[in-house]
Design a binder for this molecule. Structure first.
Ligand code: FA5
Length: 338
């Protein structure tokens, strides 16, 4: 907490002193002071953790507010330069393409990924990135799908000619996390997934998922519901009603589909929730005892839960985007808007 006080003093001085690029670099970049402070949350005592996370989020919001006040200020010659534009448009900054910010800009999905990993960091989770190529053991066997198990057909998987797999879900990381860490385990794993599916407004062949695993002594399904609800209410910035519905995954028992009250229509019925008032958001459940055993964890002593949600679909809800294919279509109007 003492370090946070020092950080706060430094930020107060810098907000008036530094320009937008310097602020971004010093505080918000991958190796910036805010992310560094988030990564130190595991060293904070249990009692102080929640307060530390909250204070840190406030500091981050303060910097982002300052930066967005610059972003909405009139475009100036020094802010936007198109080196490829003909000479006469180069002299009139308003005529230049607006995407050509000198520092580039993050894609909506990367911005959302940063927001949600910051929330999980403030809740005490570690973040580990998943892989983009994997094998049968991690995709299926370690997740309790023996060879020939019919549930393998639930995942339309891309295979390479030499028998490797493009992961169809981030659950491929479960065995790696569980077997390399001593409980208590609290890890969130975002990553790209690939499925051999036809695309439509809600389905892509390439999309992001975000996996979570939590293992300790005495963990129950109510811990799972409370954790996921806390995350969703923070991310969507609204109170939600939640319910779980039966589902089936070979790697959880019991398994569930986590469902939230529609934040758009307040459950009156709208096109986003298909006029049901509810939105099914993610698969989740208590980690199957076999999955714990495969990772060398004794299910007589430990229990835990896992979830996996689609980042694209969650970002669409938060930003009111009706068409998933827009996220990767490279449409300039869309990119400017988000
Ligand atoms: C899974 O992938 C499980 N691994 C989730 C899980 C993890 C269950 C841990 C239990 C424990 P599912 O196939 O339902 O489940 O996908 C999870 C989420 O990924 C979906 O709710 C959806 O948000 C997203 N998703 C799945 N397929 C697509 C797709 N083609 N395009 C965009 N998002 C998708």
């Amino acid at each position: 907490m003492k370090n946070l006080e020092d950080l706060q003093k430094e930020i107060s001085k810098d907000l008036d002193k530094l320009d937008i690029q310097e602020l971004k670099k010093k505080y918000l970049a991958q190796d910036g002071l805010i992310r560094k402070a988030f990564s130190e949350i595991s060293n904070v005592s249990k009692e102080d953790k929640a307060e530390y996370g909250k204070e840190l989020n406030n500091l981050k919001n303060e910097i982002e507010k300052k930066i967005s006040s610059y972003d909405s200020s009139p475009v100036t010659e020094t802010k936007r330069i198109d080196p490829t534009a003909p000479f006469d448009t180069n002299t009139d900054p308003d005529k230049r393409p607006r995407v050509l910010d000198l520092d580039g800009s993050s894609h909506l999905l990367m911005k959302e990924l940063r927001i949600l990993t910051d929330i999980f960091l403030s809740m005490g989770f570690d973040i580990v990135e998943s892989r983009q190529i994997d094998d049968d053991y991690h995709m299926f066997e370690s997740l309790n799908f023996p060879k020939g198990h019919p549930a393998r057909d639930m995942y339309d998987t891309f295979w390479t000619e030499d028998g490797l797999i493009l992961p169809a879900h981030t659950s491929t990381m479960q065995n790696r996390i569980l077997s390399s860490t001593e409980p208590p385990i609290r890890t969130v794993i975002p990553g790209r997934c690939f499925r051999n599916e036809s695309t439509d407004s809600g389905h892509e062949h390439t999309f992001f998922q975000c996996e979570g695993v939590y293992v300790d002594k005495g963990i129950s399904i109510s811990n799972m519901i409370a954790t996921i609800k806390e995350f969703l209410e923070t991310y969507l910035e609204t109170k939600l009603k939640v319910k779980i519905q039966p589902a089936y995954f070979p790697f959880t028992e019991p398994d569930a589909e986590f469902t939230i009250s529609c934040p758009f229509c307040n459950q009156k019925g709208c096109s986003t929730c298909g006029y049901t008032g509810w939105i099914e958001l993610m698969g989740c459940g208590m980690i199957h005892p076999n999955v714990l055993k495969f990772a060398g964890i004794n299910p007589e002593i430990y229990s835990g839960f896992a979830w996996g949600f689609g980042l694209d679909r969650l970002a669409m809800i938060r930003n009111n985007i009706p068409e998933i294919r827009e996220l990767r279509a490279g449409n300039i109007k869309f990119l400017r808007k988000y």
